[in-house]
Design a protein around this ligand. Structure first.
Ligand code: HEC
Length: 120
């Protein structure tokens, strides 16, 4: 499983990184499609609420998912590796037929984190 995931991640990076000079895996997305300096309050919080917190908030999911809380800024910072992997690399979250995270929302998240992931 781990192995498969890595291979999928790698394939996706190759696909996305036909980028000729972008910032990385999202280099192909129109840079204008996301705010230049996203903030947690105005952008990231609402994105996480829209796609994630129904299942990943402190009180939403007892059991194995308990540690995954995307309803606060510190939770998003702590769980950033999981966001990167499931939202940007593998696009496996949210699961099933749920609304996909748009590429401009992906870029917003990535930009916020690259700019220091401030909580204001
Ligand atoms: C409908 C409920 C639901 C929503 C919405 C949801 N998740 Fe999940 N998530 C799960 C379940 C259930 C698991 C554990 C089983 C699995 O991996 O499928 C999980 C697992 C995870 C994991 C653990 C690693 C993994 O792949 O198993 C991460 C990280 C994660 N979700 C991130 C997110 C993010 C980020 C969002 C929003 C973009 C999100 N999830 C939206 C239900 C959800």
């Amino acid at each position: 499983m781990r192995q498969r995931l890595h291979r999928a991640t790698f394939a996706l990076l190759i696909t996305l990184c036909a980028c000729g000079g972008g910032t990385g895996e999202l280099g192909e997305v129109d840079p204008e499609a996301a705010p230049a300096t996203p903030t947690y309050t105005a952008h990231v919080g609402p994105i996480m609420d829209r796609y994630c917190t129904a299942c990943h908030a402190a009180d939403a999911q007892p059991g194995p998912l308990e540690g995954l809380d995307y309803s606060t800024c510190s939770g998003v910072r702590r769980g950033w590796g999981g966001v990167l992997e499931t939202v940007i690399f593998t696009e496996t979250m949210p699961p099933g037929g749920a609304e996909r995270v748009t590429s401009s929302d992906q870029l917003t998240l990535e930009r916020w984190h690259a700019q220091g992931a401030a909580c204001d």
